[in-house]
Design a protein around this ligand. Structure first.
Ligand code: SAM
Length: 290
């Protein structure tokens, strides 16, 4: 690395509340030669608020590849840059990876200026295990690909963190219920740090029902945090329970079916009975008791 080389700073910016810009982030944005912005106009609002006048250069997923080589040349020549995205931490479901790969290949210095990240903010308030988690970012927009992705996550024991838009969240929740079962604990965190911040905790069934009933629920930016598959707990056992109760209730009264299903699966008898009674009343949505 040339001794005179400049540095690339990866600068996290607010995900809603501009007061979350750190003093160091502000100072770096003020003093680098130029700031690479996912959207120069969007970042311009933050710059105006803090009186930052540094030159902004457009840097987004469509020009990243082309721009990376010239940024590397300018770093070698001694210029310093900051990379920012529209919100949160660059490269986390945001552009920058190809630039970093080029900068790394050239052995040039990079330094993080950490700060807001929606995934971490959502996880921090979810009330679900945080000792191990797995960031899944955005699910595919098309239903078939989304369901395939979710099916691959059914046995994942770590807490799962997803990004989602309000527009798609009802469909996503419905597919998650299909894959993980409606009793899987989950938290939906929307508009974090903004005026209409709201955090809903429950299970996928609760969140799915709310997404259909409450129009506010599907507005704005969303982080969905879903409990991992705790082997000892329900997801697979629950799927098994429903299947077993469905079979037993065809042959036996609901209470006996529930008792046997609970003994087989280790689930609570009341839980098994609730399913059996529902099937008895013909509320299964599929074939009823024979
Ligand atoms: N790099 C960003 C970060 O570190 O948070 C994430 C960028 S990604 C393109 C945008 C997604 O992040 C949104 O669709 C939403 O899922 C999530 N997100 C961003 N801001 C949010 C907020 N204030 N509240 C909840 N989710 C948010």
């Amino acid at each position: 690395m040339p001794e005179s080389a400049g540095k690339l700073y990866i600068v996290a910016t607010p995900i809603g509340n501009l007061d979350d810009l750190s003093p160091r982030a502000r100072q770096i944005l003020d003093t680098v030669d130029a700031v690479l912005c996912e959207d120069t106009r969007h970042s311009g609002q933050m710059f105006a608020r803090f009186g930052i006048t540094t030159r902004r250069i457009s840097f987004h997923e469509h020009n990243e590849e082309g721009r990376a080589a010239s940024i590397v040349e300018r770093l070698v020549a001694g210029e310093s840059f900051a990379l920012v995205s529209d919100a949160g931490t660059p490269l986390i479901s945001d552009p920058g990876y190809r630039l970093l790969a080029a900068v790394r290949a050239a052995d040039l210095p990079v330094s993080p200026v950490p700060g807001p990240c929606a995934a971490i903010a959502g996880l921090s308030v979810a009330g679900l295990p945080t000792d191990r988690f797995c960031f899944e970012g955005f699910l595919p927009p098309r239903a078939a690909a989304r369901r395939k992705r979710l099916a691959a996550l059914v046995s994942e024991p770590r807490t799962l963190v997803f990004y989602e838009s309000g527009r798609r969240v009802a469909d996503t929740l419905s597919d998650m219920i299909g894959a993980f079962g409606e009793r899987r604990p989950a938290t939906l965190a929307r508009e974090l740090t903004k005026a209409f911040e709201s955090i809903y905790r429950g299970n996928l069934g609760d969140l799915g029902a709310r997404s259909r009933a409450d129009p506010d629920f599907s507005r704005g930016e969303i982080v969905l945090v879903v409990a991992g598959n705790d082997d000892a707990a329900m997801p697979q056992a629950t799927a098994g329970l429903e299947q077993i109760v469905t079979l037993l209730v065809r042959e036996l009264p609901a209470s006996r079916a529930a008792r046997i299903a609970a003994a087989i699966t280790g689930c609570k008898r009341a839980e098994a009975y609730a399913i059996a009674a529902k099937l008895d009343r013909g509320e299964s949505g599929g074939e009823g008791p024979v």
